[in-house]
Design a protein around this ligand. Structure first.
Ligand code: DC
Length: 232
């Protein structure tokens, strides 16, 4: 019996990570962990406490009172803050604008990485594999992951995808916001967004969602020494 598989998927906003990871997890019978949602939940906690996300001391002081839990079912993933389902609230514009500042704080990252590893260990101890998406999963959180993928796409296509998910959003404004967030996420001192050396890069610009899911599944199976026909 092979050990349960761990798939690390990193990449910038709008590269298709969430939909692809959920699709891969559902197709391969795995769990799914969205680590971006955890940083978003921490950011929501800061905003709900009326604290300044740019004030690292204030954010650090909140950490011990914040409880973040994840439901890792790929058909209905959820993020809970102090027991409340905040899956919709964490997608709001205010959280999105502040999340890069909060996620750059080293103590926040330490706490989230510990939670992420605990979630993966729990799933594996149940004998089930997991797909984990984020910015530093292959490089820092799970350097021993069985398979690592880095998803990319042209900035304009990423902006179009994100804008189409948000009522009234303009592509040009969304693109400027995405590029600003990418610069912060890739430029921060602690565990910046990066492609792990042993990650396979997939450019999703010209691919449909099912095509990317298929490409990732095929890569996973070939990395495990099986042909992709065996998945169907
Ligand atoms: O994937 P997302 O857009 O929901 O992520 C929100 C933010 O969280 C992103 O701008 C950077 C941060 N993040 C991170 O620093 N490390 C991760 N592993 C995942 C997300």
């Amino acid at each position: 019996m092979p050990a349960p598989i761990v798939i690390a998927v990193d990449g910038p906003a709008g590269s298709g990570k969430s939909s692809v990871c959920r699709g891969v997890a559902q197709q391969m019978g795995l769990q799914y962990l969205d680590t971006g949602a955890m940083y978003r939940a921490m950011t929501l906690a800061v905003l709900q406490a009326d604290q300044d996300p740019g004030n690292a001391d204030a954010v650090r002081a909140l950490l011990p009172s914040v409880v973040i839990t994840s439901d890792t079912d790929p058909a209905a993933p959820a993020i809970l803050l102090n027991g409340q389902n905040v899956s919709a609230a964490v997608r709001g514009a205010e959280v999105t604008a502040a999340v890069s500042s909060v996620s750059a704080i080293p103590e926040v990252r330490l706490a989230m990485v510990a939670l992420q590893r605990a979630e993966v260990s729990r799933t594996l101890s149940d004998g089930v594999g997991i797909v984990v998406e984020g910015r530093d999963i292959g490089s820092v959180v799970l350097p021993d992951a069985s398979v690592k993928v880095f998803l990319t796409a042209d900035p304009q296509v990423r902006a179009q995808r994100r804008a189409s998910e948000t009522d009234g959003a303009e592509v040009a404004v969304t693109q400027a916001q995405l590029q600003a967030r990418d610069a912060l996420d890739a430029g921060r001192k602690v565990s910046p967004m990066t492609r792990a050396e042993d990650a396979v890069e997939i450019d999703t610009t010209a691919l449909t969602l099912p095509e990317v899911v298929e490409a990732v599944c095929a890569h996973v199976l070939s990395a495990r020494g099986q042909s992709s026909e065996m998945s169907s």
